[in-house]
Design a protein around this ligand. Structure first.
Ligand code: DQQ
Length: 516
C-alpha cells in the first residue's frame, strides 16, 4: 500500500481508502483503491476494493484523491488509456449501506482535463472540496509548470460535476517540482479543536500542504485565505527550511475533519526501509502512520501533532512509571514490565546547569537535507545524546535511538531531536538514515518531553509535546518479540533528570482481518 486516500467520517463510521496493489507488494501500473472502515480509528475492517482501473479514463491506475461529503462523493486521479492523468468522480452506489462498499464511477469522467501547457503525467491528487462564500465548491490539484514550479491549480464547481479552472493557481513555488497530494484546510488560531474544511472566518488560518516528490517529503505553509478573491497568502515561504509534518519517513499525508470529536486527523504513508526483494519475502510493503490530531501552536507558526487519544484503548497493563530518576553520564536503564516491541512511552527530561551547554555550530547541518546532522558533528556533548533506545537487542547490537542534544546559540538554546537508525538492524541493504530536527522549546523554561509509539518495525516519536515529529522504520533481526528491549540512556557529560516516565504495552489492534 501507499498513499492514504479519501479519509472521512460518514454515518457513524470512519473510512480510509488507500493506494493498493491487490496482486503483490510492488507498485505497478494497476493501482486500486483499497478500503477499510473503523469505529474507533484503531481497529479496521477490510472491505472490498473501492476502485479498480477498469475504465478508459483510469485503465492504467486509480491514483490518489480525496473524499468530499455532499454526502459521499470522491474525486481521484485516473490514468487514462493514453497514460494521461485526469480527475475522475465516483459516488457510493448505496448510501444506505453503512460501509459504503460499492462505488460507482461517473460515466462522464474525467471531470477535469489537463490544463493547457501541463505535461500529462503531472496533474494529480485532488483535495477534499471546500465551499466558498459564493456557494461554489473548490478543490486544488497538484501539478508542475514548465519551469519546474510546483503548483496547486484551483477549480470551482456549482455541482461537484462540472469544474472550471481558475486562472491563478491557489499557490505556486518556483523550483520545487510537482506537488503531490496537496491538502488545504483551516485551523483555529486559538485552540486544539479541528475545523470543518469549509469554515472561513477571521478566527482561522489556512494550511497548505504539498508533497515534494524528489525528496519524498511533505511540507506545509500557514497563511490567510479568502475565497472571495481567491487569495492565499502564506506567512512563510516554501523553502527547504519550511516546516514539515514529520522529519522522518512520512509522505502523501492526508487530513480530514472528524465531527465526532471535533478534531482534524492526519494520516500518512510510511515507506519501508528494506528492499524490494524483502517486500517479496514479506508479501507486503508500506503502511499507514498512526492517526494524529493536529492543531495550530500558540505561536501560530507551526502545527502540533499528537497521537489520537484512542490509542489508550490499546494500553494493556497498568503503566510502568517512575519519577525523578537521575541519569548520569553513561547511564543505561532498562524499562522493564512492558512488551518492548509494541509500546507507548512518555518521558519528560529536566535539565539544569544549561549554561554549560556547548555552542551550536551551523556547519553541522547537512546542506542537502534540512537539519540532518552531518556525520562529522560530535556525537557526544555536554547535554546529550539522551533519550530512548527502542527495539534494542539485549547486547544493544541492534537499537533505534531517539534522543535529544541541547546547544547554546547566541544566548538562546537549540534543542535538536534525532532518530538514529544506523544500528537498527544487523541486516545489510537497509536504509539506515539518521533524521534530525529542531524542537522549538526553551529548555530553561520547560522540560523536554518525548512520546514514542513502537510497533515492531515502526517508531513514531513526538518531541516537545508534538512540536517535532520523527517517524522511523527499523527492521531488526534480533530485537524481535520477547527479545526486544527498551532503555533510557544518557551519553552526555552532564546528567539529566527524568522527572517522569510512563510506559505501556500495547495490545495488537485488529487490522483488516476478514470476518471481524
Ligand atoms: N502516489 C500516487 C500519486 C501520488 C503519489 C500514486 C504520491 O497519485 O502523487 O499512487 O505517493
Amino acid at each position: 500500500m501507499n498513499d492514504p486516500n479519501g479519509p472521512m467520517y460518514f454515518n457513524g463510521i470512519y473510512h480510509l481508502f488507500y493506494q493498493y496493489n491487490p496482486t503483490g507488494p510492488l507498485f505497478t501500473n494497476q493501482m486500486h483503491w483499497g478500503h477499510s472502515a473503523s469505529y474507533d480509528l484503531i481497529n479496521w475492517i477490510s472491505l472490498d476494493l473501492a476502485l479498480a482501473p477498469t475504465d478508459p479514463f483510469d485503465t492504467n491506475s486509480c491514483w490518489s484523491g480525496s473524499a468530499t461529503i455532499l454526502p459521499g462523493n470522491k474525486l481521484y486521479t485516473g490514468i487514462d488509456s493514453e497514460n494521461r492523468q485526469v480527475q475522475n468522480l465516483a459516488v457510493p452506489k448505496d448510501l444506505s449501506d453503512p460501509y459504503l462498499r460499492e462505488w460507482v464511477k461517473y460515466t462522464g469522467n474525467p471531470v477535469m482535463d489537463l490544463p493547457e501547457g501541463i505535461q500529462p503525467h503531472n496533474f494529480r491528487d485532488p483535495t477534499t472540496g471546500w465551499l466558498g462564500e459564493d456557494g461554489k465548491w473548490r478543490v486544488i490539484v497538484g501539478s508542475e509548470t514548465k519551469d519546474k514550479a510546483g503548483v496547486a491549480f484551483l477549480y470551482h464547481s456549482k455541482d461537484f460535476v462540472s469544474w472550471t479552472k481558475i486562472d491563478s493557481p491557489l499557490y505556486e513555488a518556483a523550483g520545487t517540482g510537482i506537488w503531490e497530494c496537496p491538502d488545504f484546510f483551516p485551523v483555529w488560531i486559538d485552540g486544539k479543536k479541528g475545523v470543518e474544511t469549509s469554515v472561513m472566518n477571521p478566527s482561522v488560518k489556512h494550511v497548505l500542504k504539498m508533497g515534494l516528490v524528489d525528496q519524498g517529503k511533505d511540507y506545509y505553509l500557514i497563511g490567510n485565505y479568502s475565497s472571495e478573491n481567491e487569495n492565499y497568502v502564506p506567512e512563510n515561504e516554501l523553502t527547504l527550511n519550511t516546516s514539515r509534518f514529520d522529519y522522518g519517513k512520512y509522505y502523501a499525508s492526508k487530513s480530514f475533519f472528524d465531527p465526532v470529536k471535533e478534531r482534524r486527523i492526519l494520516i500518512a504513508w510510511v515507506t519501508e526501509s528494506d528492499s524490494e526483494a524483502d517486500f517479496e519475502v514479506k508479501g507486503w510493503a508500506g503502511l499507514q502512520s498512526f492517526p494524529r490530531s493536529l492543531w495550530l501552536d500558540q505561536n501560530q507558526k507551526q502545527l502540533i501533532q499528537w497521537p489520537i487519544e484512542e490509542i489508550e484503548t490499546l494500553h494493556e497493563n497498568e503503566e510502568v512509571r517512575f519519577q525523578d530518576k537521575k541519569l548520569e553520564n553513561g547511564s543505561l536503564h532498562e524499562v522493564v514490565g512492558i512488551t518492548a516491541d509494541q509500546a507507548d512511552v512518555k518521558i519528560s527530561f529536566k535539565l539544569s546547569n544549561l549554561e554549560e551547554a556547548e555552542e551550536w555550530d551551523p556547519s553541522w547541518m547537512d546542506d542537502k537535507q534540512f537539519i540532518s546532522i552531518k556525520k562529522d558533528a560530535p556525537n557526544k556533548g555536554k547535554f546529550g545524546p539522551f533519550g530512548l533506545l527502542a527495539l534494542a537487542s539485549k547486547d544493544l547490537t541492534e537499537q533505534t535511538a531517539v534522543f535529544f542534544r541541547v546547544f547554546r546559540n547566541k544566548g538562546r538554546y537549540v534543542v535538536v531531536m534525532c532518530s538514529d537508525q544506523s544500528r537498527s538492524s544487523t541486516k545489510d541493504g537497509i536504509d539506515k538514515s539518521t533524521y534530525a530536527a529542531f524542537v522549538d522549546i526553551d529548555p530553561e523554561k520547560e522540560e523536554i518531553s518525548l512520546r514514542t509509539l513502537i510497533d515492531h518495525s515502526i517508531v513514531e516519536s513526538f518531541g516537545g509535546g508534538g512540536k517535532t515529529c520523527i517517524t522511523a522504520r527499523a527492521h531488526p533481526t534480533l530485537a524481535i518479540g520477547k527479545d526486544a528491549r527498551l532503555f533510557v540512556f544518557n551519553d552526555g557529560i552532564e546528567s539529566v533528570l527524568i522527572s517522569e516516565l510512563s510506559a505501556w504495552s500495547l495490545k495488537k489492534a485488529v487490522i483488516n482481518v476478514e470476518d471481524h
